[in-house]
Design a protein. Sequence first.
Length: 271
Amino acid sequence: MGDVLEKAMKLRGLSESALARKTGIDINRIKDAILYRYDFSSEEITTLSDALGLNEPGFRALIEGRYPVPCPCGLPFQLHVLAMPYGVGVVNAYIVAECGADTGILIDSGCCCEALQQVWPACIRHLDAHLVTHWDSDHGGGCEGTRARFGLAHCFGPGPERPGVRVLAESETMDIGAFRIEVISTPGPAAEHYCYLIRRRSAQPSKAVLFTGDLFFCGSIGGGFFDDRSVLEHARRLWTTLPSDTIVAPGHGPLTTIGTEREFNPFSTGC
Ligand SMILES: [Fe+2]
């Protein structure tokens, strides 16, 4: 909740004192809320939602500890979640693989090879490819070591150009093994940031997973270290254009779905 409050204030250009004036809520209670100590009344939650342009049902659900965390199911392939401790939270890498296969595609690599190794699934012994959403150290930090460990000629990712990386074009589609990968350019968390939409190749449309890096998470959006507005615009574009049952695999926090975030994400107002 503190994270959402802070990002919403930044997006609206509101300081703590400006928000206090606008809502009539004591500034010290706003400061406490940013530090995750809050006791807002129902009326105050409505007032804050209005002042910050937030999706009230989702903001309220977050504050009241009942934000929905769907249990993704029905994927026609395996999705391994590699959650690694990072700071006070976690950072996620993922592997998609055919059911029962010992090879797959790695998305992001955490902050270092050692951390990745700790959570590596024993059944995966080879890699067909390694994709990186962006080059923040918590997402691409294990890239080089992983490439060496699995003998990959290169990994794939956004720019800028760097050794051992094949820079993908915006909107590029590529087939690797059983999977089709669509590249979606989503700058904002970083100047160059990609989401990847991955589904099993088949004649019939099948359920897909969207790997969002730092663009958006279950119940929040990315920090917009490059451009806050761009984060919001790209998140909303994906919430409104992708099918509801698309599973979302974010760079931090639990899995969710497009439908859940469209309905509940505090920043999805107007979607
Ligand atoms: Fe991150």
